[in-house]
Design a protein around this ligand. Structure first.
Ligand code: CP
Length: 382
């Protein structure tokens, strides 16, 4: 048998007496040796083929994020209603890969190198905007924050004209927050870029619900035995709507609790139990998710007195006792301490998952950006 060693013995080329073709055996740390034919009868060519194959294996072996078969095949993320249970589970599975990556000293990948992403926030945001920025930059993308208060919207340009203008710069993804419900979907039908809804009015906030689901998954793994309470201003909350859809699809049972005037008229159409009383609504719950009073959407109506509201619906240690013994507390932020939630409880890391939610937000958004770009490469940028 003829043979030749390359790369300090990591590659062995050999030709058996009874064969015309050069075979290769490649040995890499921590993986089983790979034996296969080079497909060549000529040693020179077989060497080139083996070296190329060896490099590709090294690259794959060093990839910090292992790839799975893609189940989520969409190029926009505008409504949770569009997502199947399998797609949600797949996005969560992909997000988990980024959790440990985000704890590394060097947090930089080249998955989105050369890709252009715009953050277009027409409403205030701290968490979502910075989380998308961090996620995009960690994946190597170029992210542009459009400062809307300095944009030509102020000179009378329509929103769709602004989007068409930005679309002409060939962006890959537009991340949009806007006070008008349904606007992300309309924009996604107008532009070539992919659109991610970062919160549209009282309608939807898909990545918030995904990050909430990931936070819960990390604690309980299985959703089917969970009862989750969503409490407060349900009527004006996009977070409540997206969470009801995502968490119920994953198999959790949902209680919604709030003042009668803040329960949507069509709430019975959702798979939830409805309560106006915290004691009854929190009974047997594993998670208590508090919501911010959406002051900006309660115009022309009387706001409740904050002290009276806290007494009835604000979560403190006493009301938390109505839930299961070790129930966890969540809040999407920004929170009004002393209005929706007691300050000490919000900061109690043995009960509150609020900071964990923020960390999960980056992982979920990295997964969503990565998947959407991959889908664009297959479906749009062929
Ligand atoms: N949870 C959330 O959407 O927070 P921001 O408004 O700060 O983005």
């Amino acid at each position: 048998m003829k043979s030749k060693l390359l790369k300090s013995g990591h590659i062995k080329l050999y030709k058996r007496e009874n064969s015309n073709y050069w075979q290769m055996k490649i040995k890499l740390p921590k993986i089983k040796s790979i034996r296969t034919s080079t497909g060549s009868k000529i040693l020179n060519d077989a060497e080139k083929i083996a070296l190329k194959y060896y490099s590709s294996l090294i690259k794959k072996n060093n990839d910090p994020i292992k790839r799975s078969r893609n189940i989520f095949k969409k190029i926009h993320l505008v409504e949770t209603a569009d997502l199947t249970k399998k797609e949600i589970e797949f996005i969560l599975k992909e997000s988990i890969k980024f959790i440990s990556f985000n704890k590394k000293k060097i947090k930089k990948l080249n998955f989105l190198e050369g890709r252009t992403i715009f953050n277009l926030f027409f409403e205030d945001s701290t968490r979502t905007r910075t989380s998308f920025e961090v996620a995009a930059k960690r994946l190597g993308a170029d992210l542009i924050n459009v400062v809307v208060k300095n944009s030509s919207i102020n000179k009378g340009e329509t929103l769709l004209d602004t989007m068409t203008t930005i679309n002409s710069m060939n962006p890959d993804i537009l991340i949009i927050r806007h006070p008008e419900g349904g606007i992300s979907k309309r924009i996604s039908n107008t532009v070539d870029a992919s659109v991610i809804n970062a919160g549209d009015g009282s309608h939807e906030h898909p990545t918030q619900a995904l990050l909430d689901a990931l936070t819960i998954k990390n604690k309980f793994n299985n959703f089917s035995k969970l009862r989750i309470a969503i409490c407060g201003d349900i009527l004006h909350s996009r977070v409540a709507r997206s969470n009801i859809i995502i968490l119920s699809k994953l198999g959790a049972k949902i209680n919604v609790i709030g003042p009668k005037e803040w329960l949507p008229k069509n709430i019975k159409q959702f798979p939830v139990k409805v309560f106006t009383d915290m004691k009854k609504g929190l009974h047997n719950c594993d998670i208590v998710m508090m919501l911010r009073i959406q002051k900006e959407r309660i115009v022309g109506k009387i706001m409740p007195n904050q002290k009276t509201y806290f007494k009835k619906y604000g979560l403190d240690y006493n009301k938390l006792k109505y839930a299961k013994k070790n129930a966890f507390v969540m809040h999407p932020g920004p929170m009004n301490r002393g209005v929706e939630i007691d300050s000490a409880l919000a900061d109690d890391i043995t009960r509150s998952l609020i900071q964990e939610q923020v960390a999960m937000g980056v992982a979920v958004r990295m997964a969503c950006l990565d998947l959407i770009i991959k889908n664009r490469d297959i479906l749009v940028n062929k």
